[in-house]
Design a protein around this ligand. Structure first.
Ligand SMILES: NC(=O)c1ccc[n+]([C@@H]2O[C@H](COP(=O)([O-])OP(=O)(O)OC[C@H]3O[C@@H](n4cnc5c(N)ncnc54)[C@H](O)[C@@H]3O)[C@@H](O)[C@H]2O)c1
Length: 246
C-alpha cells in the first residue's frame, strides 16, 4: 500500500496531545517526517521518542514569532524542507459578556488566531520553496456558527477561517494551498478528561462526541497531494452539529 505522505515534511503546532498528537501519529504512519511543536515539553518529547527517527520535538509557543522562526529553521535542519504546516494549537476559554475580561480575550486571540498568522508568516518562504505545499488551519464548528459564552474562542475560530481564505488566495500562485478544518465536539483533553462521550440528538445528530482519529484522516487528506484541487475551503467534521436543527 502506498503511503499518502511519503516525502512530506510537516510542522504541527500543539501536537503533544489531543488531535495534534493523533495527526502526528498518522502523518508518521503515512510516511511523513514530523516536527512536533508545543509548550508541553515532556509530553511532546515523549511522543517524538515514541514516533522514532522521522519525528522530532521543539518547544514552540505559537504566540512567539521567535519560537516560530526557530521551529521552521529546526524543521529544515532536521528534515531538509517544510512542505506542510498544521496550525493546530489552541485553547478553549469562555465566560459571559460583562464578566469576561479583555486580558482573557487577548489571550485566546493571541494563541488561536495570532498563532496561525505567525506560523504562516514564519513558514511562508519555506513553503513556497518546497511547493507544492499545504497549510491546514484547525478552526472549529465555532468558526462556522456562534456559541454562547465562548466569544473570544468563536471570534478566533471565525478569524482562522477568514485568514485561511485570504492566505489561500495570496499563496495559490506560489503553489501553497491553505484550507481550514472545523471539528465539533471531539473527545480530547480540551474538553476535560471526564467528558461524557454521549450527547442528546438535539446537541448532535450522531448523539456522541467524536474521536481525534475521526478528524485526522481529513487532515491527512488536506496535507497530501490527493487534495490538490482543494483550496481556501472549510471542511467540517462535527457529526452534523452545524447542519441545522436536529
Ligand atoms: N476538542 C474539541 O472538541 C475541538 C473542537 C473544535 C476545534 N478544536 C481545536 O482543535 C485544536 C486541538 O485541540 P484539542 O482538542 O486536541 O486540545 P488539546 O488541549 O488536547 O491540545 C491542544 C494542544 O495545544 C497546546 N498549546 C496550548 N497553548 C499553546 C501555545 N501557546 N503554543 C503551542 N501549543 C499550545 C497544548 O499544550 C496542547 O498540546 C485546537 O485548535 C482546538 O481549538 C477542538
Amino acid at each position: 500500500m502506498t503511503e499518502r505522505l511519503t516525502g512530506r515534511v510537516a510542522l504541527i503546532s500543539g501536537a503533544a496531545s489531543g488531535m495534534g498528537a493523533s495527526h502526528a501519529r498518522a502523518f508518521i504512519a503515512e510516511g511523513a517526517c514530523v516536527m512536533i511543536g508545543d509548550i508541553a515539553d515532556t509530553a511532546g518529547q515523549q511522543l517524538a521518542a515514541e514516533l522514532g527517527d522521522r519525528a522530532a520535538y521543539i518547544h514552540l509557543d505559537v504566540t512567539s514569532s521567535r519560537d516560530w522562526d526557530a521551529a521552521v529553521a529546526e524543521t529544515i535542519r532536521c528534515f531538509g524542507k517544510l512542505d506542510v504546516l498544521v496550525n493546530n494549537a489552541g485553547i478553549l476559554d469562555g465566560g459571559p459578556i460583562g464578566e469576561y475580561t479583555e486580558k482573557q480575550w487577548q489571550n485566546v486571540l493571541s494563541i488561536n488566531l495570532t498563532g496561525p498568522f505567525l506560523g504562516l508568516t514564519a513558514a511562508r518562504d519555506a513553503l513556497v520553496a518546497a511547493a507544492p505545499a499545504a497549510v491546514v488551519n484547525i478552526s472549529s464548528a465555532a468558526g462556522i456558527q456562534g456559541v454562547p459564552g465562548v466569544h473570544a474562542y468563536t471570534a478566533s475560530k471565525f478569524g482562522v477561517r477568514g485568514l485561511t481564505k485570504s492566505a489561500a488566495l495570496e499563496l495559490a500562485p506560489h503553489g501553497v494551498r491553505v484550507n481550514s478544518v472545523h471539528p465539533g465536539g471531539i473527545l480530547t483533553p480540551m474538553l476535560g478528561a471526564s467528558s461524557d462521550a454521549t450527547l442528546d440528538r438535539g446537541a448532535n445528530p450522531l448523539a456522541r462526541l467524536g474521536l481525534p482519529e475521526e478528524v485526522t484522516p481529513l487532515v491527512v487528506f488536506l496535507a497530501s497531494t490527493e487534495s490538490s484541487y482543494c483550496n481556501g475551503a472549510e471542511y467540517v467534521v462535527d457529526g452534523g452539529m452545524t447542519a441545522g436543527r436536529a
